[in-house]
Ligand binder design. Structure first.
Ligand SMILES: Cc1cc2nc3c(=O)[nH]c(=O)nc-3n(C[C@H](O)[C@H](O)[C@H](O)COP(=O)(O)OP(=O)(O)OC[C@H]3O[C@@H](n4cnc5c(N)ncnc54)[C@H](O)[C@@H]3O)c2cc1C
Length: 457
């Protein structure tokens, strides 16, 4: 007799989503999270003075028309969306410009553009599959995109993938994201900000899971998955910190919790911490282990600031972007959370979140990172014309591995690891590094839906 029907490891949006769906289907589910709060890479912190800031720049693609919203609906939660960003402002020659003034098309170019958009809107899964192994630059060439139109597309595909160079982006993924937005939102890229920020998604999802009778344990690090032959039977949870002697001797004491179903809702680059990758001892086939080892370094990075000011630096509900920021030379993205939801800052105070998209290695090296952050700060001051004295606080942040498995050619669509472990009974995966299309949170939510569907049939 097992302790639970299912154990889910990791309470990011994917883990919360799978756990809630399993619990709703009557499976007694335990959700284990290493950190002291649920949400993973996506959560909000309350700061003194009445601010609510998210972990970095976060808007959710498609809002109430996307898979994140559908995930909530499936478990009886209706997320509230503060506002949509339907368009993009671009930085050029020292000023912010809206898309209309950025792109000046002749009638002939306009007609060609509309034709291309109609083609994208009519694309289906087999079309994306063809483009999954080709770059977005190739697609732009074939579609005849040039000049300012190409630059706008390159800004959007950079935002879609967090990859600076269109030659490195998967065309399949970019076209899928554009198709969804065109069909459901009549734009190439749309995104929304949840009321109250990312906590407006994570809080209700965690509450729903627990109200249904699910058990969420925080501060519990899973040390390893336990197998009997080729069958997952539970996990060992670390009891680190319990005994100073065990720490001293570097022995990890663990507690066994059993279930016939284990879902690992953590990124593939953390799998080796809880799964034995030794070919002779692992119940997983060696081709799968090799594939994970080959692709787990495929991450994306960014760094930037969460800035609070005494005067609004930007009040339009738009996403802002530049292919090169003046000093760092890196792609730039930003938006003003208070323009979408004034409730995330106290009255008379405003938030702006900025970032530069960079290679993970560029942000992981602390010397390089501090050089980039300094240059980024000077760029931001120039772009939004403010003085240090107008700033309440500026929190620097960085991440290497923000958007799941890098969406490069050969790493999207069916190239992503499946949600079911091959050749092993009772072991599944969910999250933005596994099967599931769409921009980061959307991909994670989609994979949580796919995972629960595969388990529940
Ligand atoms: C700064 C930043 C900005 C971003 N901006 C956007 C954006 O604008 N739009 C967008 O769509 N996406 C954005 N993303 C990406 C988005 O946050 C992620 O795609 C999404 O949150 C991934 O969810 P997940 O559930 O797959 O994984 P995670 O959120 O990483 O969840 C995994 C969880 O597993 C836990 N865990 C790991 N190991 C163990 C263990 N051994 N035992 C127990 N628990 C464990 C972790 O603590 C974590 O909580 C951004 C990410 C960052 C970091």
């Amino acid at each position: 007799m097992s302790d639970y029907d299912a154990i889910v490891v990791g309470a990011g949006i994917a883990g919360l989503g799978v756990a809630a769906q399993l619990q709703q289907a009557g499976r007694k589910t335990l959700l284990l999270e290493a950190y002291s709060r649920p949400g993973g890479r996506m959560q909000s912190y309350e700061l003194p003075g009445g601010y609510r800031v998210d972990t970095g720049l976060h808007l959710i693609e498609m809002g109430d028309k996307g898979y994140c919203h559908e995930l909530g609906t499936r478990v009886g939660v209706e997320f509230e969306w503060a506002a949509f960003s339907q368009t993009l402002d671009l930085y050029q020659d020292g000023e912010w410009r809206d898309m209309q003034s950025f792109i000046r098309l002749t009638d002939e170019e306009k007609a060609r553009f509309i034709e291309v958009m109609k083609n994208v809107a009519s694309m289906e899964e087999p079309d994306f599959k063809v483009w999954d192994s080709r770059s977005f630059a190739e697609w732009l060439d074939e579609a005849g995109m040039s000049g300012s139109l190409r630059e706008v597309w390159e800004n959007m595909s950079m935002i879609m993938t967090t990859i600076p160079d269109a030659r490195e982006q998967s065309a399949g993924e970019c076209l899928y994201i554009a198709r969804e937005a065109l069909r459901k939102g009549r734009a190439v890229l749309i995104a929304a900000y949840p009321k109250g920020g990312m906590g407006g998604i994570i809080g209700p999802l965690a509450d729903a899971f627990q109200k249904m009778g699910g058990r969420l344990e925080l501060g519990k690090t899973v040390d390893q998955v336990v197998f009997e032959g080729r069958k997952a039977v539970g996990v060992k949870v670390a009891r680190e910190g319990e005994s100073p002697i065990a720490r001293e001797w570097r022995v990890t004491s663990t507690e066994l919790v059993t279930a016939p179903l284990v879902v690992l809702a953590l990124p593939i680059w953390h799998l080796e911490r809880i799964l034995d990758f030794d070919r002779h001892n692992s119940p997983l086939p060696s081709w799968w282990l090799k594939r994970i080892e080959d692709i787990r370094g495929e991450r994306t990075g960014l760094l930037g600031y969460i800035i609070a000011t005494r005067r609004p630096l930007y009040e339009r509900t738009v996403f802002m972007s530049a292919l090169r920021s003046p000093r760092t030379g890196l792609p730039f993205q930003a938006f003003a959370p208070t323009a979408f939801d004034p409730g995330v800052a106290p009255p008379g105070r405003y938030l702006l979140v900025t970032d530069n998209v960079a290679e993970p290695e560029e942000v992981e090296n602390k010397f390089n990172r501090s050089r980039l952050l300094e240059a980024h700060w000077e760029d931001v001051k120039e772009m939004y014309r403010f003085e240090d004295g107008e700033v309440e606080f500026a929190i620097p942040y960085y991440t290497a591995g923000c958007d799941g498995l890098a969406r490069k050619p050969g790493l999207t669509g069916d190239f992503k690891p499946d949600v079911k472990a091959p050749g092993v009974e009772g072991l599944y995966f969910a999250g933005d590094t596994y099967l599931g299309r769409g921009l980061a949170v959307e991909g994670a939510a989609r994979s949580a839906i796919l995972c629960a569907e595969r388990i529940l049939g």
